[in-house]
Design a protein around this ligand. Structure first.
Ligand code: PAF
Length: 282
C-alpha cells in the first residue's frame, strides 16, 4: 500500500533515512496513465529509490476554468502506484506546502524558448512550470529527473533552466507512449468520448504525414495541408502546427538537408486541448 507524504520535511526525512546513492524523480500532475508509468518504471530501473510527485500546479494554468477541469483522481493514482510501493516515495503536497501563502510564479528569462507554440498560446504557462520544478528539485535534490518528450517545449525549457541554475540533477527525456491508434497518452484523454478519441487520431497521423513529405514538399504547403487535415474533422480545431529547430524552438520555413527538426502540434478537441510532436529528419 502507498502512504502518500504531504509535508516537505517528512519527505526529506524519508529520503535521508533511506540513504540512497541514486534518487530518481518523476514530477506529475496526477491522472496517471501509461506514459507516466513508463517514466516511473524506467526511473526504478535506473535508481535505488524514486520520488513521484502528484501535484496539480495552479501557477501553470492560464485559466481557472482549465485548472478546475483538470482531472483529479488521487485514489486511482495511488492504486496505480501500489505495484511499485517498495521502491517509491509518493509526494502529494498542498499548494501552501510548496508555495507558502503566495501562490505565484517566479519570472524566468527563457531566452526566447517560450516565444512560440505553448508559450504563445498559454502565456505564463512555462513560468509556472519552471517555478514548480525548481521548488520540487530544491526539496528532493534528485540524481535524475524524468520528463516525457510529449511536452517537448517543456522538456527543452527545463533543460535550459538546469543549465542556468546549475542543477547537478540529470534531465532524462523519455519517449512518448501512444494509444493503439497513435494518440499520445495524456491525462486529458480520459475526457475524450469514443468519437472524439477516433477523430483525435488524425493529430498523430498529421505529424506522420509531415515527417513523410518533408523532403518533397515546401514547409508552408505542409502546414496548409496539416491545417486542412485537422480542421476538416467536425470537433477538431488546429491551434498551431510548427516545424521548429529543436534547440532554439524557432519555427522554420525552409528545411536544409541533414538537419533534424521537431514537428509540434496543438489541437482543440471540443473543449479539450491536446498536444503532440514528432522528430522530423530531412
Ligand atoms: O508535465 C507535467 O505534468 C507538469 O508540467 C509538471 C512537469 C509535473 C510540472 O507541474
Amino acid at each position: 500500500m502507498i502512504h502518500p507524504i504531504e509535508s516537505r520535511e517528512k519527505l526529506q526525512n524519508e529520503i535521508k533515512k533511506r540513504d540512497s546513492k541514486n534518487l530518481g524523480f518523476v514530477p506529475t500532475m496526477g491522472a496517471l496513465h501509461k506514459g507516466h508509468l513508463s517514466l516511473i518504471q524506467r526511473s526504478i530501473v535506473e535508481n535505488d529509490r524514486v520520488v513521484v510527485s502528484l501535484f496539480v500546479n495552479p501557477t501553470q494554468f492560464n485559466s481557472s476554468k482549465d485548472l478546475k477541469h483538470y482531472p483529479k483522481v488521487i485514489e486511482e493514482d495511488l492504486l496505480k502506484l501500489t505495484p511499485y510501493a517498495d521502491q517509491l516515495l509518493v509526494f502529494t503536497p498542498t499548494a501552501k506546502e510548496l508555495y507558502g501563502n503566495q501562490i505565484v510564479a517566479k519570472t524566468f528569462d527563457f531566452k526566447g524558448l517560450d516565444l512560440y507554440m505553448e508559450g504563445a498560446s498559454r502565456p505564463h504557462h512555462f513560468q509556472g512550470v519552471a517555478t514548480i520544478v525548481e521548488i520540487l528539485i530544491d526539496i528532493i535534490q534528485p540524481t535524475r529527473l524524468y520528463l516525457g518528450e510529449k511536452d517537448f517545449q517543456q522538456l527543452q525549457i527545463i533543460r535550459f533552466i538546469k543549465q542556468q541554475l546549475r542543477w547537478t540533477t540529470q534531465v532524462i527525456a523519455c519517449p512518448t507512449i501512444r494509444e493503439s491508434n497513435g494518440l499520445a497518452m495524456s491525462s486529458r484523454n480520459i475526457k475524450l468520448s469514443q468519437d472524439l478519441r477516433k477523430q483525435s487520431q488524425s493529430i498523430y497521423q498529421s505529424l506522420l504525414y509531415a515527417k513523410e513529405v518533408i523532403k518533397t514538399h515546401p514547409i508552408p504547403l505542409i502546414k496548409r495541408e496539416v491545417t486542412k487535415r485537422i480542421n476538416r474533422l467536425p470537433n477538431l480545431k488546429l491551434d498551431y502546427f510548427e516545424i521548429v529547430e529543436p534547440n532554439t524552438l524557432i519555427p522554420i520555413s525552409r528545411a536544409q538537408k541533414g538537419q533534424s527538426f521537431r514537428g509540434c502540434i496543438a489541437v482543440h478537441v471540443d473543449t479539450i486541448r491536446l498536444i503532440d510532436n514528432i522528430e522530423i529528419c530531412y
